[in-house]
Design a protein around this ligand. Structure first.
Ligand code: FES
Length: 131
């Protein structure tokens, strides 16, 4: 692939811009990606459950518990879910709900939000699209 294609294949995020409890949405390969700086309480809640419709432990969905990184595209028909005050999301299209781990807890969405390939560079930088 050419250099400009490779450049678009990754998105860099400065983690210092996202305070605990905050979320940033960035574009990666034409899709929104939600980056959430989870609070200790949100981590505790996410770890206490395995989700519902597609059970999966939180530990399989994050590399560092304080950072959740998920593709912000509803797995039903592709709308962008809205953030809820409790740390999850609700899809405006047909009401699917996702928890603070991005796992679907109410349909019609059939699957959890996708976790993109990503890596950390030190404590300050996240690179989406690079393993
Ligand atoms: Fe999200 Fe239908 S697209 S619930």
């Amino acid at each position: 692939p050419s250099e400009d294609v490779l450049a678009k294949a990754t998105t860099e995020v400065n983690l210092a811009d996202i305070p605990p409890g905050g979320e940033h949405t960035v574009a990666w390969q034409g899709k929104p990606v939600f980056i959430v700086h989870r609070t200790p309480e949100q981590i505790k809640n996410a770890e206490a459950s395995n989700g519902a419709i597609e059970p999966e432990p939180d530990s399989k969905r994050v590399k560092r518990p304080e950072w959740l990184v998920v593709v912000g595209v509803c797995t039903h028909l592709g709308c962008v879910p809205n953030r809820d005050p409790d740390g999850g999301w609700t899809c405006p299209c047909h009401g699917s709900m996702y928890d603070a781990s991005g796992r679907v807890v109410r349909g019609p969405a059939p699957r959890n939000l996708d976790v993109p390939v990503y890596s950390f560079e030190g404590d300050g930088k996240l690179i989406i699209g690079k393993a």
